[in-house]
Design a protein around this ligand. Structure first.
Ligand code: ZN
Length: 52
């Protein structure tokens, strides 16, 4: 990844200077990434039991 390109979270739009960690899916074109904050949100959603 070029150093001048600042990777951003694809979910919340924050860049690497605003977040602790960024998980990048480099196999995807365009590259998608998710930050640690959005992972926490995702975990919260996944932990919810669906209403049936
Ligand atoms: Zn994010």
């Amino acid at each position: 990844m070029p150093k001048k390109t600042l990777a951003k979270c694809s979910f919340c739009g924050k860049d690497q200077t605003q977040i602790e960690k960024l998980i990048v899916a480099t196999e995807q074109i365009p590259v998608v990434s998710i930050c640690n904050e959005c992972v926490v949100i995702c975990n919260r959603i996944l932990a919810q039991k669906p209403d049936k």
